[in-house]
Design a protein around this ligand. Structure first.
Ligand code: URP
Ligand code: ZN
Ligand code: ZN
Length: 436
């Protein structure tokens, strides 16, 4: 099948006072060992500057051993940012922008910026993405937990319940509808958020929902473990939910309510997680998944009989290439496509452990998991890079893939806009004719 494409990763990401364990070499090597041959990472602006952010990520990605593209986060708004967005789309190969509705005081933006950003995305043919949690309410929830003396990792999940993800998802969807632009909801972790996406899609709105492997196969039971590091390992945002959400997200994926699977790979080691030993608000948010995604999705979705092999290829590769507008160069095995190909043996088993994984992190949220469907060969750009459990990767061999604007979701947008404008009546000319 075509190599996996991971739409959501954070390599060499400086976040919450530290930096992720995996950089563009180690993270990509891990990806290749797990059958993923391309990923799209999030460029984070430097002091709000997109240009400085892009340059920083150009440097970080020099040692890439696998093809990659970029999304960009928008963390503030002014004329400079607005202009920089044009340059990013027209010259730098970025066709998607992520808006954080959470992380108050850090990356979070409010609705006014969200609206400005959505308008700009629409005018550029770029896809607006949201991290959908109500950041003000999360802040309130965190204060409440601290007041109650709940300072451990479970406080993370308790302070930001699914209702806050549902609220923000609904709000982002309605604002995108008001602006008439497509929307991509990253890391859908709850039934609450998923149902909002389902409703919008039924009504014909162009909304894409991306679950991540951690949300699909894990539940929050570990968060209550009495060992701090065992629990802290699972801290990510939105949080891994109670059992039941995982199965519902799987069902949504199998019925097309959700479209493609990412990882949100953002790996921290035990020492970094321990920064939050006295206060869950200081535990760096993020879990691994870049190496495990293809295996776990096969085992959970195909081996279990929930989806066909064809759908597996679609949700792990082809739809990602379509949405980010690089199909059929990526996401297909066709004459003219890049030779990114994997062989997955459905009869061979895998077992996940930090002892054998390729990430530099010393823990793995999927520790001990076994299943069927192992990637035995990975071919990236025509070269065999993974075979007989051996990696042969070369730093600097990965290419930056420019992502062009106006994906298929934009077809019909102009027409909808024209219909809307035509539906408006000309302004009524008024004078005061009634007697007081
Ligand atoms: O906890 C997470 N998800 N860390 C990465 C940053 C983000 O919000 O995607
Ligand atoms: Zn996020
Ligand atoms: Zn993320």
């Amino acid at each position: 099948m075509p190599g996996g494409i991971d739409p959501h990763t954070h390599l060499a990401f400086e976040f919450m006072g530290t930096e992720t364990m995996d950089d563009f070499f180690t993270g990509q090597a891990a990806a290749l060992a797990g059958g993923t041959t391309m990923h799209i990472d999030f460029v984070i602006p430097v002091d709000g500057s997109l240009t400085a952010g892009f340059e920083a990520y150009e440097k970080k990605s020099k040692k890439a051993c696998m093809d990659f593209g970029f999304h960009m986060a928008i963390t503030k708004w002014d004329e400079v940012v607005s202009k920089e967005m044009e340059i990013m789309v027209q010259e730098k190969g970025i066709n998607s922008f992520k808006f954080f509705m959470a992380y108050k005081g850090a990356l979070m933006i409010n609705d006014d910026l969200l609206l400005e950003g959505f308008k700009k995305c629409k005018s550029l043919g770029a896809l607006a993405m949201v991290h959908a949690e109500n950041g003000d309410a999360v802040y309130e929830g965190q204060k409440r937990m601290i007041e109650l003396g709940i300072t451990g990792p479970e406080g993370h999940a308790l302070s930001r319940p699914a209702v806050l993800e549902g609220e923000a998802t609904a709000r982002a969807i309605r604002l995108a509808s008001f602006i008439n632009t497509p929307l991509y909801v990253v890391h859908v972790m709850s039934i609450d958020a998923m149902e909002e996406i389902a409703k919008a899609r039924i009504s014909g709105q162009k909304v894409i929902g991306e679950p991540v492997v951690s949300g699909l196969v894990l539940n929050d039971s570990w968060l209550w473990d009495s060992d701090f590091l065992t629990a802290a390992r699972f801290v990510m945002s939105p949080p891994i939910r109670a059992a039941g959400h995982d199965k519902a997200l799987q069902a949504a994926l199998s019925t097309g309510v959700l479209q493609l699977v990412g990882t949100d790979h953002c790996a921290f080691n035990s020492k970094q997680k321990a920064l939050g030993i006295d206060d869950f608000r200081k535990i760096p948010n993020g879990v691994n998944g870049i190496e495990e995604r293809m295996h776990l999705v096969w085992d959970t979705m195909v081996e279990s009989g929930q989806i066909s092999v064809t759908d597996y290829v679609r949700i792990t590769s082809t739809d990602c290439a379509r949405i980010f507008n690089i199909y059929p160069r990526k996401g297909a095995i066709l004459a003219g496509s890049d030779a990114d190909i994997i062989i997955l043996n459905p009869n061979s088993s895998f077992e996940i452990s930090a002892k054998s994984h390729h990430s530099r992190s010393d823990t793995n949220v999927f520790e001990g998991r076994r299943g069927k469907g192992k990637v035995e060969v990975t071919i990236a750009g025509g070269r065999i890079v993974w075979q007989n459990d051996e990696l042969k990767v070369v730093p600097g061999s990965g290419k930056y893939i420019k992502l062009p604007p106006y994906n298929y979701l934009f077809s019909g947008i102009d027409k909808a806009e024209a219909n809307y404008l035509a539906s408006l009546k000309a302004p009524v000319k008024r004078t005061i004719i009634s007697k007081a």
